[in-house]
Design a protein around this ligand. Structure first.
Ligand code: NAD
Ligand code: SER
Length: 322
């Protein structure tokens, strides 16, 4: 591979992309990273560097951008998440599946040497053991999003085995961050709660108080993703998608930790259709292959995540009123 990566990020305006692009540019240089999304950048978009409006359902557009910039790595993040997926199942299947297949074909036929594509804990379902869920546990998802991620895992492993493509993947748990709004997932409550706690001192949660889910703070997710991409290929034994985890908690536990910082904070519960999705996902994940193969280790535990999220969310809210 060329020593200088030229990287395309799809879905770059989303919750992960907006932070991944910044970190990739810090590491490899602003001009080495091309951000792209179906949407145009918002007015307050403050990333320097190239941005291209790109629909991953249009292979010609992907090809044109690849050729224009001489892309040799892709982070393919464009997708429809679980909650939106249940409301728009055809769209979710189309974007998640055909978008991935378009990218895989372009990698197969072109000069891209490494591809990152994220899967999710949503590949698991109601028949999966819910605690310490293992890498090879039963995967019988009942959500469109989970079905598309499971099919995606099968496809990336197939393209690796059949065409020797270097594709790397993790099953992200729910990701917590302050920079960009969460994009329509079932774990979004654990993002929204922080700004609500600071602004209003209260939050109405769309999941039940005792719904435990696996979660991770965004800085760890970004570092882990880049560690996997830098890992020696010979150490990687999972070519579908690695279990990847930091900690687990329920809304009730998260609210108690926020109360330690904001004593008057109150939470109410009004579970909606997302409860049904969350009830099919694991509570805790065994990610031993990630820890063994590419030495995955998170920096943030639950308490330090809460403290950092509150600090950074406060700053962000202050900036937005200035
Ligand atoms: P997000 O919804 O915040 O961002 C997705 C982006 O994709 C959006 O900016 C959207 O405009 C774009 N997009 C949608 N359709 C597109 C199309 N046809 N062409 C190009 N762009 C399109 O999602 P995210 O949270 O940043 O997630 C990124 C990836 O990580 C997804 O594959 C998601 O399934 C996966 N993931 C996320 C989480 C999480 O908690 N955030 C957890 C597990 C897996
Ligand atoms: N956080 C994601 C969602 O809730 C899990 O993949 O959709």
């Amino acid at each position: 591979m060329s020593d200088t990566p030229k990287i395309l990020v799809t879905g770059a305006l989303g919750q992960i992309g907006s932070e991944l692009v910044t970190e990739l540019r810090n590491r490899f240089g602003t001009e080495q990273v091309i951000a792209s999304d179906l949407r145009a950048p918002p007015d307050d978009y403050n990333e320097n560097g190239s941005f291209e409006q790109l629909d991953v359902l249009k292979p010609d557009q992907i090809l044109a951008i690849n050729e224009k910039y001489g892309i040799n790595q892709i982070y393919h993040l464009a997708a429809i998440l679980s909650a939106v997926g249940e409301q728009k199942p055809q769209l979710a299947w189309n974007v998640n599946m055909n978008g991935l297949l378009n990218i895989l074909e372009i990698v197969k036929n072109g000069d891209v040497q490494k591809l990152f594509w994220p899967s999710s804990i949503a590949v698991f379902g109601p028949t999966t053991p819910r605690n310490d869920t293992e890498q090879f546990a039963i995967t019988e998802p009942t959500t469109v999003y989970g079905i598309s991620k499971l099919a995606g895992e099968r496809w990336v492993e197939y393209y690796h085995d059949k065409y020797d493509l270097d594709i790397r993947s993790v099953r992200y748990p729910g990701l917590i961050s302050y920079k960009t709004k969460a994009g329509g997932g079932t774990t979004d409550y654990a993002v929204e709660i922080f700004a609500a706690a600071i602004r209003e001192g209260s939050y109405t949660c769309f999941l039940n108080s005792d719904t435990v889910l696996p979660m991770m703070y965004m800085p760890d997710a970004i570092n882990g993703t880049l560690d996997l991409m830098e890992a020696d290929e010979k150490d990687l034994q999972i070519r579908s998608s690695y279990n990847f985890n930091a900690f687990s908690f329920s809304p009730n536990q998260l609210a108690a930790l926020i109360k330690n910082h904001i004593p008057g904070f109150t939470i109410e519960y009004a579970p909606d259709f997302r409860q049904k999705l969350a009830d099919t996902w694991p509570q805790t994940i065994d990610d031993k292959y990630a820890r063994e193969d590419w030495k995955w280790e998170q920096q943030f535990d639950l308490e330090s995540m809460v403290s950092d999220m509150l600090d950074k969310t406060k700053l962000k809210l202050l900036e937005s009123v200035e």
